[in-house]
Design a protein around this ligand. Structure first.
Ligand code: ADP
Ligand code: MG
Ligand code: MG
Length: 211
């Protein structure tokens, strides 16, 4: 069974930072086609900041850690994604409260709190061609897997696979939110960059928890 404490979560953040860093060309290309080209820079700045702050983060309990991550992302990640990720982490911090470890059920509640915060803050839902199209089906798949009684590892694989499928589903969508709305073809034919970076974060989380 998985257990996530502060140390483990920081290990995940460092892995995610590396994954984001390595995705520069692809993510920048996608946001150049569908948006304004800065999504990688925005996300990379945020994760760099988290890694720079890791000694301080390591001293915090999980709830305050999420609160702090939210505030750091809100202030360092530019663009729409900064506000959305910031709100997601701050809402998730409330779900965690003073619990010092997450099991898979709490992780599921945390991911659900995140997607709800993003949907509220951005006034969007699945089908709008955004990061929500990765996270929402992923959370739904995790919930279903846990309800079916799958073990932690199989449930995490379901989370990851649904994230990948969700990301890919944005390719043919016409954007209803975000800058891709302003493109003449509404981004159709290209995967949404925010859906990609969200997927990377979920893939790395699963990798970190299953190793
Ligand atoms: P900006 O569009 O302000 O330049 P980014 O490039 O950092 O910000 O982020 C763009 C991504 O943010 C999009 O690819 C999309 O996934 C996501 N996004 C944009 N608007 C919304 C929204 N209203 N709700 C959810 N996600 C959104
Ligand atoms: Mg952008
Ligand atoms: Mg921008």
């Amino acid at each position: 069974e998985i257990k996530i404490n502060t140390k483990k979560y920081i290990e995940y953040i460092e892995m995610a930072a590396k994954k984001i860093e390595a995705s520069k060309d692809y993510v920048t290309e996608l946001d150049s086609i569908t948006g304004d080209g800065d999504h990688w820079v925005n996300m990379n700045m945020g994760f760099e900041k988290l890694v720079e702050t890791k000694e301080e983060l390591a001293t915090m309990d999980l709830g305050p850690l999420f609160q702090k991550i939210g505030m750091l992302l809100m202030s360092t990640v530019g663009g729409s994604s900064g506000v959305l990720y910031g709100s997601a982490y701050i809402k998730a911090a409330k779900t965690i409260g003073d619990q010092k470890e997450m099991d898979i059920n709490l992780l599921c509640d945390v991911l659900e709190a995140k997607v709800n915060a993003i949907m509220e803050r951005g006034n969007a839902k699945p089908g709008c061609k955004t990061m929500i199209d990765t996270l929402y089906p992923a959370v739904t798949a995790l919930k279903e897997a846990l309800e079916k009684g799958l073990n932690d590892y199989d449930a995490l694989q379901a989370l990851k696979q649904a994230a990948i499928d969700g990301m890919n589903s944005t390719k043919d969508m016409e954007a209803l939110k975000g800058r891709a709305c302003y493109q003449s073809n509404k981004g159709a034919g290209h995967i949404d960059p925010g859906a990609v970076t969200m997927c990377y974060q979920i893939e790395v989380l699963v990798e970190c928890l299953c190793k």
